[in-house]
Design a protein around this ligand. Structure first.
Ligand code: TYM
Length: 344
């Protein structure tokens, strides 16, 4: 079997508080890629236990991400939607990648440093090797494209380094077993558009994040329309009116963020938003942004609720997706075992 040429893989962690950054930076792109690519979208529950071992309600959090995928427009009949822990091959390949990746590569990962904080001696080993599992997620399917937000860029570079080292170190066996001159693709990140890095509504220097204690810092996909409007009304801004060009947004991170969100939600450029709102006060811009956010998010929110009312239905989608995923994953792992030279 040759390598696939247009296969997309991406994942979202079921750690609660799925937010607008996840939607605009990732999930909405997942939806767009469905027409042109074979897509595999995964709720990465094994990753969810790397930071906090005990998750309060992992099953419902997992269902919520699957529901968000489907409510946003991903079609689980045409593509694959599943949760990671149901497909054991991810863990097996992650182990093998623990032996491919080098300590120095992982030590450079900024997300580990951020998440582990000052007390890195007390972080789980899983948090440290997290990027190897992520590489395994992608390469189990030999995916060629991975849509993500900007914060995952370094992890995708590591995925390419792992693929390249594997291809290089096993070059002779890969060729001898009939796989040509490389087995794993050098996966392309898909990080583009206005919303690759949505910032907190309370502090324009920090990323909008699931783990930020203040709920006012983010718009959750489960927020009611009233909550969305309230959070935008209370979003931090400066006292100046909006500028009429992009240069005027420099040094104004909060204004820049709200303009980017408006642009992404309305699918136009930030320049276009400034053409319309340049010179206007936030008193006028914020209500327009709130209306737009509610208009775009309320239907997703409604559909998520409807899906979540039938947990067994969501579980059935995940089970069926896992079966389809396993068909691909089992072939890859059997070939990889051969390349390593294991018996059986
Ligand atoms: P996670 O669950 O933190 O985030 C899911 C997706 O949302 C993007 N994202 C953002 N985009 C724009 N602005 C933001 N403020 C923002 N916050 C998050 C993330 O970049 C991501 O695309 N490691 C991954 C999950 C993962 C994965 C994978 C992704 C595991 N295996 C394989 C791709 C391929 C993560 O923590 O995502």
């Amino acid at each position: 079997m040759g390598q696939p040429t247009n296969r997309v893989f991406s994942g979202v962690q079921p750690t609660g508080n799925l937010h607008l950054g996840n939607y605009l930076g990732a999930i909405r792109k997942f939806v767009a890629l469905q027409d042109s690519h074979e897509c595999i979208y995964c709720v990465v529950d094994l990753h969810a236990v790397t930071a906090d071992l005990v998750q309060k309600d992992l099953q419902n959090q997992t269902r919520e991400i699957a529901a968000a995928f489907i409510a946003s427009g991903i079609d689980p009949k045409k593509h694959i939607v599943f949760n990671q822990s149901q497909v054991r091959e991810h863990s097996e390949l992650a182990w093998l990648f623990n032996c491919v990746a080098r300590m120095g590569w992982l030590r450079r990962m900024t997300q580990f440093k951020e998440k582990a904080g000052k007390d890195s001696e007390n972080a789980s080993v899983g948090l440290f090797t997290y990027p190897n599992l992520m590489a395994a997620d992608i390469l189990t399917y030999r995916a060629t494209h991975v849509p993500v937000g900007d914060d995952q860029k370094q992890h995708l570079e590591l995925t390419r380094d792992i693929a390249a080292k594997f291809n290089n170190d096993f070059a002779e066996r890969i060729a001898a077993l009939g796989h040509g001159d490389s087995y794993f693709p050098l996966t392309e990140p898909v990080i583009e558009g206005e919303a690759t890095r949505i910032m907190s509504l309370r502090d324009g220097s920090r990323k909008m994040s699931k783990s930020e204690p203040s709920d006012m810092s983010r718009i959750n996909l489960t927020d009611s329309s009233d909550d969305i409007a309230k959070k935008i009304r209370k979003a931090r801004t400066d006292p100046e009116p909006l500028p009429d060009n992009l240069d005027g947004l420099k040094e104004r991170p909060e204004a820049d963020n709200l303009v980017s969100i408006f642009a992404a939600l309305s699918e136009v450029s930030s320049e276009e938003v400034l053409r319309q709102y340049g010179g206007k006060q936030f008193g006028e811009f914020k209500p327009a942004l709130a209306d737009l956010a509610v208009e775009k998010l309320a239907p997703i929110n409604r559909e998520m609720r409807r899906l979540m009312d039938d947990p067994a239905g969501v579980d059935a989608v995940l089970k069926e997706g896992a079966e389809k995923a396993r068909e691909i994953a089992s072939v890859t792992l059997s070939e990889v075992r051969d390349i390593f030279g294991f018996i059986g």
